[in-house]
Design a protein around this ligand. Structure first.
Ligand code: ATR
Length: 286
């Protein structure tokens, strides 16, 4: 697929944004506007309040308005898949689009960089982590979980133990993603940690306003990595308990920051970095 590049047209103001509902909580405008400013690029990344009903018209308006593309967030990622002219194979496997690229001819291309963001965040915080070295345990079977599973399969994970409160959803994902995904009953989630190289929380538990994730970590081996995709608060009860046990713990902000990098590159032709200064700026808003 051909991504649109920052046009050299002298009268072009670079535009991108994030569509969703609600939208004003999104940190993506800060991330992308900082990168645009750092590069001296004239442009803006804007929050766009778009509902499911308005999604198709909003997407079709991107080309005439001169947008390079948009990110999509709740509740639009799944619905957008059917509205794309072309869909990247990984986005199709995940079943959701989180980045739309407007091609020069106006065609809409759908990508999903959540899996990339998840793996890049682990790589940043634990450079020696090897997804192929041992089984992973994932808690949760929603949209976020699908991106993690697709990413871990691509990264060579030998087995993904998938525990979910509603067991049938874990079974459905196992049927879809194949034999490397082993569904686990919620009552047996602590046992699924035995010998695991990685534990990821992909449920909404532990998020501000929600009860903490209820799981005993005793079965995790000493070298295991614990990752929470929740980033408000940054230090969840799960991560605090992992650290208290001497395990390495990775917060959820890295996934958000890193998924933005390939999107920015697709739209504007340059791949930015996640610097400590960027992380600090976003952390200060949490
Ligand atoms: P997302 O797209 O962010 O992944 P989601 O599709 O709503 O959001 O998924 C939320 C996940 O959190 C689900 O796995 C959900 O479990 P169910 O499939 O049983 O609904 C999980 N979850 C939410 N509240 C939970 C709770 N109190 N205990 C255990 N799991 C919970």
């Amino acid at each position: 697929m051909s991504g649109s590049k920052a046009s050299s047209h002298p009268d072009r103001y670079l535009l991108a944004g994030v569509m969703g509902s609600p939208i004003m909580h999104s940190r993506s405008p800060r991330i992308h506007n900082r990168w645009l400013a750092e590069r001296g690029l004239a442009g803006h990344y804007v929050p766009l309040l778009v509902t499911q009903d308005g999604l198709e018209a909003a997407l079709r308006a991107l080309h005439p308005l001169g947008f390079s593309g948009v990110n999509l967030t709740i509740p639009l990622k799944e619905k957008a898949l059917a509205l794309m002219d072309r869909v990247d194979p990984l986005a199709r496997r995940i079943g959701a689009v989180n980045c739309v690229v407007v091609a020069p001819d106006g065609a809409l291309e759908g990508y999903n960089y959540d899996a990339f963001g998840f793996l890049a965040a682990l790589q940043e915080r634990a450079p020696d982590f090897d997804a192929g070295a041992g089984p992973a345990a994932i808690l949760g079977a929603g949209g976020a979980s699908r991106a993690l599973i697709a990413g871990l399969i691509e990264a060579g994970s030998p087995q993904i133990r998938l525990a979910n409160r509603t067991f049938e959803r874990a079974q459905a994902l196992a049927a879809e993603f194949g034999p490397r995904v082993a569904p686990v009953r919620w009552e047996e989630r602590a046992d699924a940690l035995a010998g695991a190289a990685l534990l990821v929380n992909a449920t909404s538990m532990g998020m501000a306003g929600q009860p903490p994730l209820d799981i005993a970590l005793d079965a995790l081996p000493p070298g295991a990595l614990v990752n929470d995709i929740v980033y408000v608060p940054l230090e969840t009860d799960l991560l605090a308990r992992a650290r208290a046990r001497g395990l390495r713990a990775v917060d959820g902000l890295g996934m958000l920051l890193h998924q933005a990098r390939p999107a920015f590159e697709k739209w504007f032709g340059q791949r930015p970095q996640v610097t400590p200064a960027l992380r600090q700026e976003i952390e200060a808003t949490l």
